[in-house]
Design a protein around this ligand. Structure first.
Ligand code: PLP
Length: 373
């Protein structure tokens, strides 16, 4: 059977290497995984309790619309319940939005080194991915993105994806640049502006403007939220879409009716309520980042200050060799060659004792893998 060129050329998303696999591959007992921007604290204890209770209900189909969870999201995030839909992680939402709004041959537009899920989902839907270069400080160039849109009307650019902050760079866009972008592209009916806000709870930069707060002022601004990061539920798969009703109308038509199992639904409600856990998660990340900055500076390894729960740093070595060397020491970081960074690794903030062990492993690696020009 013939498949399309896009599918033939599709490079599948490569997740962080799992702990159990690393233990098997290298015969290790203790492995630290700082590779997937997960919450190192484990799930919220309140979410665990809720899931335990709901295990007894698993012979039933889940609530298809996630009524209780949507109400809770509406209350905690201060958004109308009619503008909230749920997804099996934000990845599913990205996938469905592209399928809804793009036909084969249409385009999506984003930045170079933007979160790779947009590319994978677009290609699977035979949609072209157009990118604009990052600035030298690895921030997205919103002006260049808007210029690109207006210069290329024949490309049928249907959606613009703005991961804010971005993964794997940890940088954000905000301030006047964002205002100007919205003046130029907001309220158009031929393009959707999708703000992917997976890490906003970790942002410390005062320049930041959260789309979850301003999307209501525009007819074409959408926001993706995830429960995989600050809410500590990456395994349960839960994401949310904040969008005008006309978008949700189509979204709810195409999604699988039971895309969110009810363990994720009840865990989500409890996680949203657990303010202490969220505050702890933020504190863990901020202290961990500051520790990493200090240690990376000591090791003379350049890094990009991050507004998320990870840091992108330059090993000054072949990143694949550095990565494998660290795996053998029981430390899983994330290679980012697929984002165009040949000597960089991405390191998620863990618990402080994990962070310390990671730095010890990296310091040892530096003496074993030779530096490149
Ligand atoms: C981690 C991450 C997500 C979350 O994806 P899920 O499918 O919800 O786990 C979304 N966007 C970005 C930019 C991310 O880094």
């Amino acid at each position: 059977m013939k498949v399309s060129a896009e599918i033939l050329n599709l490079i599948p998303y490569k997740p962080g290497k799992p702990i159990a696999e690393t233990q098997r591959d290298y015969g290790l007992k203790e492995v630290i995984k700082l590779a997937s921007n997960e919450n190192p604290l484990g799930p919220s204890p309140k979410a665990i309790e809720a899931v335990k209770l709901f295990l007894m209900q698993q012979h039933r189909y889940p609530d298809s619309v996630g009524y209780e969870l949507v109400q809770k999201i509406s209350e905690v995030w201060r958004v109308p319940a009619s503008q909230v839909a749920l997804g099996n992680g934000s990845n599913e939402i990205i996938d469905l939005l592209i399928r809804i709004y793009c036909e084969p041959g249409d385009s999506i537009l984003t930045s170079e080194s933007a979160f790779i899920a947009y590319q994978v989902c677009a290609q699977a839907a035979r949609v072209r991915v157009r990118t604009v270069p990052l600035r030298s400080d690895l921030t997205m160039d919103l002006k260049a993105i808007a210029d690109y849109f207006f210069r290329n009307p024949t490309m049928n650019i249907r959606m613009i994806f703005i991961p804010n902050p971005n993964n794997p760079t940890g940088t954000l866009v905000g301030g006047e640049e964002l205002d100007e972008f919205l003046v130029r592209l907001g309220n158009r009916d031929d393009v959707l502006l999708v703000f992917d806000e997976a890490y906003t709870e970790f942002v410390r930069d005062k320049n930041f403007k959260e789309a979850a707060r301003f999307y209501k002022d525009y007819s074409n601004v959408l926001v993706l939220k995830t429960f995989s990061k600050v809410y500590g539920m990456a395994g349960l798969r839960l994401g949310a879409l904040l969008a005008p009703e006309y978008v949700l109308e189509y979204y709810n038509r195409v999604r699988n009716p039971f895309n969110i199992n009810d363990l994720a639904q009840v865990a989500g409600i409890s996680a949203l309520e657990d303010e202490e856990y969220i505050a702890n998660s933020q504190k863990t990340v901020w202290e961990g980042l500051d520790y990493f900055y200090k240690e990376l500076t000591r090791l003379k390894l350049p890094y990009y200050p991050s507004q998320a729960n990870f840091v992108l740093f330059d090993t000054k070595r072949n990143a694949e060799q550095a990565y494998v060397n660290l795996l053998k020491k029981g430390l899983i970081l994330r290679p980012v060659q697929n984002y165009g960074f040949k000597t960089f690794l991405r390191m998620t903030v863990g618990k402080m004792e994990e962070n310390k062990k990671a730095i010890i492993a990296i310091e040892k690696m530096l003496t074993e893998v030779s530096e490149v020009g």
